[in-house]
Structure formats: C-alpha cells, structure tokens
Design a protein around this ligand. Structure first.
Ligand code: HSE
Length: 403
C-alpha cells in the first residue's frame, strides 16, 4: 500500500483527493498492483463536515516525519512555504508531484537536482497545460528531436476571457468574474491577465526543451489588459482571432527567443480554434515536424488528473529517479528581442499616405472605428516596429501577428 499526502485542499487538491478515492481500482492496476491511499491532507483551514476529516492536519511535520508516506502532492500554490516543504520532503527521501508552475519555474533547477541526488522524483506534469499531457511527451516522446519552436495558449483564464469577448461580446471584467467563479483563475488574477502565469509555463517548457534553466524574468511578458472589443472585432475582420501566446524559438546559434504576448492568430492556424478554458501547445521538432497538444488547461478534475498521474508514476518509480532536469547555463542563452521578426497589426489615427511613407509595403484592413486606419506591416524587428510606429500621429494598438 502506497501512502500519499496532499498539501493544499483548494480546487486542485480536492480534485486529487477525489480521484485517488473514486478511481482507486484503476490507480492500483496502473501502479503495478500497488493500492494508493491518501493518509494526510495539509491545510490551514478547518473542514469539520468532510467525510474523512481525520485526514486533515495543519502540521507539515506529520507528513514529513511519517515514513509510511512515500509521495506528496504539493497543490498549495505560491512560493512559500511550498519551496521549503518540497525541499524538506525530497531531502527526506519522499517523491513530490506538483501543479505549482511558479515553484517549478523559480526553483525547478534546484529541486530537480535534489530529487536526482536523493534518488526520488519531482514530477510537474500539471504545471503546464492543466490536464494536457505535455511534460512527459516533451521529455520522453519527443526526445529524439531538437525542438525548434513552441507556440502555445497556456492560460485558460485569459483564453476564456478573450473567447467570451469574441463570442458573446461580454466585457473583460464580466468574463474575468466568470473565470474566477469557475475556479480557473489564480488567487491573484493579475498573474493570469498580465501574462505572468503563461510566462512561467513557457519558461518551464523552454527549460525542458533546452536542458538549460530559462529564467522567466528574462522573458518579455505582456498580458491582455489592453485588448479591447474593437481589437477583437478588427481581428475577426482579418479572419483571425487574438490569443495570448507563449512563444519560444530555438535559434541555430543556440540562443532562445521567448515572449508572452497577445498575438493576432489567423484562422488557418490550429491555435485559432482553441476556445474557452482549453489550452493548446504546438511544438515543432526537427524530426517530427509540428505536433499539437490540446485539452483542458485549468479546472479541478483536469488538473488533478495530471497530478494523480504523477502520483502513480512516482509510486511505480520508488527509489528510482527518472532524472528529469535542466541546469544553469554557463552563459546568457536568451536571444535579443530583435532576433525574431513579426508582422504587426497597427491601429492609428494617422492617414494611409503617412502610413505608407513610414512603413512602405503594408496591408490595410477595412476600418471599423471612424477616424482610424488599421493595417498589417511586413515582418520586422521589434525595435524597427517601435521606431516606425513612433512616427505615426497616434497609435491606438499594436499587436504582433503569429507567423
Ligand atoms: N490560472 C491558470 C489558468 C490555472 O487559467 O490557466 C492553470 O494553470
């Protein structure tokens, strides 16, 4: 019998508890016949009406000092005390599985190395893409490839908001409230709408793909707070949608270009039809070409599904580290922001003649706001686009176009 503990009984933690209980037979079969049972649930809150209230503890040491507990699901979120708890658990020889992208993106290098040293596992399938299998496929199934590019919709909350604006004409604030009520949003939804959550996820994927630590602070990040219904309607006019994209390109000189930004996504891209809370990650490998991973990017049971899969894998690999890791690079691996060219969708109050004079060749979009011109530039570097748009009378919006 494998004894597990759950740290954090929020949306995901309660889902982990339910799956371990309700799918016990299935989990046992998949864990080579080893039954898995929850022995503790750590939470600072009281749950007096819970059917198994005896499982709850407020004392982390109950879990740490119980030699019967071999695997712990850290689904409490945040950096502290999740970092200290995870470190102590790995040091004491327990495997830890997590949905905590902030922790993996910040301390992943150290925690993965510690797990390796202690011959246990630190798994984080649920940290990117909720229920979508993406970490194991990248680590195992795509291991023969040099990864060339990753472009993904990595945040369910912002995708839900943008989708509600497009499909129902709902305002930004109303759509955000909906996403919070459905349990998709972070405790502080600024992490979603300002792009930080997607940034941590693309940092994890680029670290995994390159084997080198990508510091999320080095990734230029812009959220969706400036996107208006007019932008969304212009995109529709261009047979496109606006999505928050986590993007990374692995360049031939070994550098990595990475950005999180709203982008105009043409309707012929498979990413354009990814609606609501769904996430999708398009990975391009030098052998496999494009592969796309699609599914529920947030929510109780989808995320818990990935956490519990990690619990099962940890039980199957007791005292056998799977050695997933990345290491600190010896030199700067981040590419200059001008090394990747994008076309830009620009709205301005300036006239067509001036626009052509500044940008040369560009494609005009029928305008839907009077007094405005809207157009798409040729692909150009970011500083070129900024310098040229600085010469326009007034820029209403400027959004990268995903190629
Ligand atoms: N707030 C996150 C999202 C939860 O909306 O995608 C899943 O990581």
């Amino acid at each position: 019998m494998a004894k597990a503990a759950i740290m954090g009984y929020g949306t995901v933690g309660s889902g982990v508890y339910e799956i371990i209980k309700n799918n016990a037979e299935k989990l046992k079969k998949n864990a080579n016949g080893e039954p898995i049972e929850t022995k503790y649930i750590l939470d600072i809150r009281d749950f007096p009406d819970h059917k198994e209230k005896h499982l709850f503890t407020k004392d982390f040491n109950d879990i740490l000092n119980d030699s019967e507990v071999s695997v712990v699901a850290e689904v409490m979120g945040g950096l502290h005390p999740a970092y200290e708890f995870t470190k102590s658990l790995l040091e004491s020889g327990k495997s830890v599985v997590t949905s905590n992208k902030e922790l993996v993106a910040t301390y992943g290098t150290e925690l993965l190395a510690l797990a390796r040293e202690k011959n246990v596992n630190y798994f984080f399938e649920a940290s990117v893409g909720g229920g979508i299998p993406i970490i194991r496929p990248m680590h195992q199934c795509l291991t023969a490839n040099n990864i060339i590019r990753i472009a993904g919709i990595l945040n369910g909350t912002t995708n839900y908001i943008l989708n509600q604006m497009i499909k129902s004409g709902q305002t930004f604030d109303a759509a955000l409230k909906d996403a919070q009520a459905k349990g998709f949003a972070e405790r502080n939804p600024a992490a979603d709408i300002e792009g930080h959550d997607a940034c941590r996820k693309i940092a994890i994927l680029t670290s995994l793909a390159s084997g080198l630590t990508v510091d999320y602070n080095d990734i230029e990040t812009k959220g969706i707070t400036d996107i208006t219904l007019d932008d969304v309607n212009y995109a529709a006019q261009m047979d496109a949608v606006i999505k928050l994209i986590g993007f990374a390109e692995f360049q031939e000189d070994g550098k990595i270009y990475s950005i999180v930004s709203p982008m105009v996504v043409k309707n012929d891209s498979p990413l354009s039809g990814v609606d609501g809370v769904m996430n999708a990650i398009m990975v391009t490998g030098d052998c496999v070409g494009n592969v796309m991973f699609y599914g529920a990017g947030a929510g109780k049971l989808p995320t818990a599904s990935a956490v519990v899969a990690d619990v099962v894998d940890a039980v199957k690999h007791i005292e056998r580290s799977k050695k997933i890791m990345w290491v600190e690079p010896k030199e700067n691996i981040m590419a200059n922001s001008d090394s990747k060219k994008f076309a830009y969708f620009i709205r301005t109050t300036d006239n067509a003649e001036n626009i052509r004079g500044i940008f040369g060749k560009c494609e005009f979009v029928d305008n839907i706001v009077s007094g405005e011109s809207a157009f798409v530039t040729e692909p150009m570097s970011q500083s070129d686009a900024e310098e040229k748009s600085g010469k326009l009378k007034d820029v209403v919006s400027m959004i990268k176009v995903l190629d």
